[in-house]
Write a protein that binds this ligand. Structure first.
Ligand SMILES: Nc1ncnc2c1ncn2[C@@H]1O[C@H](COP(=O)(O)OP(=O)(O)O)[C@@H](O)[C@H]1O
Ligand SMILES: [Mg+2]
Length: 282
């Protein structure tokens, strides 16, 4: 009696596990194993682990599907615009110079948008799951100083750099770290009109970079989403300002690759502060 009870307790979950796995193999669809017993034996643990793995895989594949659908949608919009202007050109363009000029300008702008978007998408795809390639010691202070100077010149906006040490060395890929700073500064410029402040601090273990603006801010319920790919707080307006909602997703990826942490604090109509912490080179 005792033996057959044991046999059943172990055998049924294993049989059901095998049949679920075979099902997954044949249908290509992820499924969980039905766990009836609550006895926390090894078989139960194995089934529970398997189910957790299935959840993770499902989550990833859902994200991937969402990404493909968002990317296609983003690319479809400029293509639609371009194709409608080409239709206009074919119909009237060569006779009417005003229409021709307008159409060519629109096609030019949308082509550029597409070019930038595909470039951004490629760099995102490259970053995900990759390791930083060109690792060396990078000084956050000189990197920030150079970029801040450049941004002030290009955008004619005051940016104040506060630093508590002459150099803050972290290990990383200089170009990618530069890209992170550009993404943050670009947002601060786009979403505010006042002065922008950049703070650089370090303690024994970490280098801290903060970028603070006094602009439109982000509503509290949206803050946790801004690092998601394609997420824009104000969907309609951001398309006009050229944003694709990929900047912060890319920045987060790069910071993760450098074992850093990223944090956002924002208040609507008051401003936004992005804080990034990197481990120091020892
Ligand atoms: N400094 C900021 N101030 C206000 N809103 C911001 C700021 N930075 C990012 N956001 C919001 O987060 C969204 C995602 O940012 P990002 O990924 O850089 O995309 P975008 O290309 O739209 O700038 C933006 O569309 C914007 O709504
Ligand atoms: Mg941006």
């Amino acid at each position: 009696m005792v033996i057959s009870y044991h046999y059943e307790a172990y055998c049924i979950p294993i049989v059901s596990m095998i049949s679920t796995m075979e099902d997954i193999e044949q249908s290509g669809t992820l499924k969980k194993i039905g766990i009836q017993t609550e006895t926390k034996d090894e078989v139960y643990k194995m089934a529970a682990t398997f189910n957790r793995m299935v959840s993770k895989l499902k989550e990833n594949s859902d994200k991937q599907r969402q990404f493909i659908s968002d990317a296609s949608h983003e690319l479809k919009t400029p293509v639609t615009v371009i194709s409608s202007f080409i239709t206009i050109l074919r119909r009237h363009g060569t006779q009417d110079e005003t229409i021709a000029k307008e159409a060519i300008e629109a096609i030019y702008l949308e082509t550029n948008r597409m070019k930038n978007l595909t470039k951004t998408l490629l760099s995102l795809a490259e970053l995900e799951g990759s390791e930083p390639v060109d690792i060396k010691s990078v000084d956050l202070v000189s990197l920030s100083t150079a970029l801040v100077t450049q941004f002030m010149q290009v955008y004619d906006r005051p940016i104040i750099l506060h630093e508590n040490s002459h150099s803050i060395f972290i290990k990383g890929d200089e170009l990618k770290l530069k890209q992170v700073l550009i993404i943050f500064l670009d947002n601060a410029i786009k979403y505010s009109t006042d002065v922008i402040e950049v703070f650089l601090e370090s303690d024994q273990h970490k280098g801290i970079l903060r970028i603070k603006d006094y602009g439109i801010g982000i509503p509290e319920e949206e803050q946790s989403h801004v690092f998601e790919r394609f997420y824009r707080v104000d969907k309609a307006r951001k398309r006009d300002s050229g944003g694709s909602g990929l900047g912060l997703a890319i920045a987060k990826n790069i910071v993760n690759l450098h074992k850093g942490e990223i944090d956002i604090q924002s208040k609507e109509h008051a401003g936004t502060e992005i804080k990034v912490t990197f481990p120091l080179t020892n």
